[in-house]
Ligand binder design. Sequence first.
Ligand code: NAP
Length: 286
Amino acid sequence: MIIDGKKIAEELRIKIKNDIEKIPGNSRPGLTVILIGDHPASQIYVRNKEKFAKEVGINSKVLKFDESITEQELKNEIENLNKDLNVHGILVQLPLPDHINQRDIIETIDPRKDVDGFHPINVGNLSSGNDAMVPCTPLGCYYLIKKVLSDLDGLNAVVIGRSNINGKPMTQLLLKENCTVTIVHSKTKKIDEICSNADLIIAAVGKAKMVKSSWVKQNAVVIDVGINRVQVDSKSKIIGDVDFDNVKEKTKGITPVPGGVGPMTIACLLENTLKAFYKISGNAPR
Ligand code: NAP
């Protein structure tokens, strides 16, 4: 089964739109994205975020700043957004210029408005099993997994990659679902053997076609987070961390790239913005 992230993300956006339409009065969730410089990939992501936010009824705004903005100026902007009652979600598009300390910037965001789920308070809450803003990509992976495996109790899961935005929060979500989780990284030995025992593999590495068919157990579920730009027949193409064509036949479910995890990331950002709105405004449905 190919897990159709595009369709599942669309269903999630429809649900969010319906929920927003049910909010009484004129108050609507507000999302502000801060974009610094002219990083081409960031420009595309931000444009898509804005488009889908508007589509579901979120008041979306992009604040653009030149690369020369100082750390203090950026912190002041975030403080203003923290105080703004019409802003429920704040997202600082990464990466930031080298002269700005990413950790300090993330810590300036009000944790309730931290729709990326990167603030240490949200990281701590997630790892303690408390209610938290969960980073959008692993949350999207989790929803995709649940479409194929409703009960994850006791499954062997392998997460490849230990980044703060993907691998680590993914691990926490799977632990919460009672998986036995192994997290592997660039220093891990015999990753192929470790993967070959997995019921569930989540690859978040950034290495094209790294996960081979021989690594994957029959009927495993494989979620591919990787986005790798490669040249095929002198054309630029995006492929994942999984050798999709050779792996797909063995799996119970697998996400394609593109069209798998990617669309879920933005849908989950919208969901986090609605969640922040409910929390801050006290306007949650009964
Ligand atoms: P990252 O911060 O670079 O982390 C990559 C992880 O992979 C690290 O933990 C690294 O190990 C590990 N790794 C590198 N080479 C390895 C190897 N040969 N064997 C095993 N592990 C290895 O990357 P990220 O931000 O998590 O992103 C991962 C991928 O997901 C990228 O392709 C990125 O573009 C994509 N992505 C997709 C979405 C989406 O919406 N679909 C969102 C975000 C990211 P060490 O820790 O030991 O260095």
